[in-house]
Design a protein around this ligand. Structure first.
Ligand code: ZN
Length: 307
């Protein structure tokens, strides 16, 4: 039974404001996709880990005895939806204490600046994405610069390095730096437990390669190709029981689970799906590397030398 808590009125106000926010964030609408804003049923993935995102923009809640951890927010206009999803599962969004993200792109962090206004939550992000968060995406090596900010600037309370742990209550997450897609892209490894067993869960940032990315290096990200190679190799070595990702489509959420399905963590085991996903990106990476060598071969080709 849904009671009209004070949070309800805050949510109603947020819904009212959302139309103004989306009107202001015109830069995001260029990339918008209806699956990004469509609702989907929130549910328990495994133990104290829950899916509370939109249809495709994956957001996660990890509940602990000391408060909760929120990973990703989706778009600015998604915030009322994800907060309502938290409440629908029986939790209070005012209990969010830690904010994390898998990558500093607007489709995962655009709502983040709103959360500390409603809670006492602290933002923790890999140092590689700290600047991008602070300037609302203006320094992003692809989306920044001429197009300006793509989301409201976020105050960063703690910067993370590869292997750092984030502890809250009995839960401990390990931050895994997986750069390339953004400079500070991060996956998280966390052990969660239910009544029957514990599960090692990988919340992965699949390192998709944007069409604008030049593997040979970009002016504001010279080592991007090297970073992708590192991330692809690191992902292959990871051991886990279950995996989920930054986008629902990346881990086949809607094929694995239908709204109303009972609690069943096993559907997210799927190591072959994980391998296939990484292999697809690796093929794209290799294709772009070949293109790069073809270009440099052409550059060295001297048609006036005849043997
Ligand atoms: Zn992205």
């Amino acid at each position: 039974m849904f009671k009209l808590s004070p949070n309800f009125f805050i949510l109603a106000f947020l819904l009212f404001c959302a139309s103004f926010v989306s009107a202001q964030q015109q830069t995001t609408s260029v990339f918008d996709d209806s699956e990004w804003t469509k609702p989907t049923q929130p549910f328990r993935i495994a133990g104290n880990l829950y899916y509370i995102g939109t249809y495709d923009l994956a957001c996660y809640l990890i509940t602990t005895t000391e408060g909760n951890i929120l990973i990703n927010t989706g778009l600015g206009e998604s915030v009322p939806m994800i907060l309502a999803n938290i409440e629908a599962l029986g939790f209070k969004f005012t209990d969010i204490k830690v904010l994390l993200t898998t990558q500093g792109h607007f489709d995962h962090v655009a709502g983040m600046a709103e959360i500390p206004k409603l809670t006492n939550a602290k933002m923790m992000v890999h140092e590689g994405d700290a600047q991008v968060l602070s300037d609302g995406g203006n320094s992003d090596f692809i989306f920044g610069g001429n197009s300006g900010s793509t989301f409201n600037p976020i105050t960063v309370d703690r910067t993370l390095k590869d292997g750092d742990t984030i502890k809250l209550g009995e839960t401990k997450l390990i931050a895994l730096h997986h750069p390339g897609h953004t400079k500070g892209a991060t996956s998280f490894m966390v052990d969660v437990a239910d009544e029957n067993r514990s599960w090692k869960v990988l919340i992965v940032n699949i390192p998709s390669i944007l069409s604008q990315t030049r593997i040979s290096g970009m002016p504001s990200y010279p080592q991007v190709g090297k970073d992708y190679a590192y991330t692809l190799a690191s992902l292959k070595k990871l051991q886990f029981d279950l995996w989920v990702a930054s986008h629902a489509s990346q881990f086949g959420l809607h094929d694995k689970r239908k709204p109303g399905d009972p609690y069943k963590p096993e559907v997210f085991v799927d190591r072959p799906g994980f391998e296939a996903s990484i292999n697809t990106i690796k093929r794209e990476y290799d294709k772009r590397l070949r293109k790069r060598s073809e270009i440099s071969l052409c550059a060295n080709y001297k048609p006036w030398i005849v043997f």
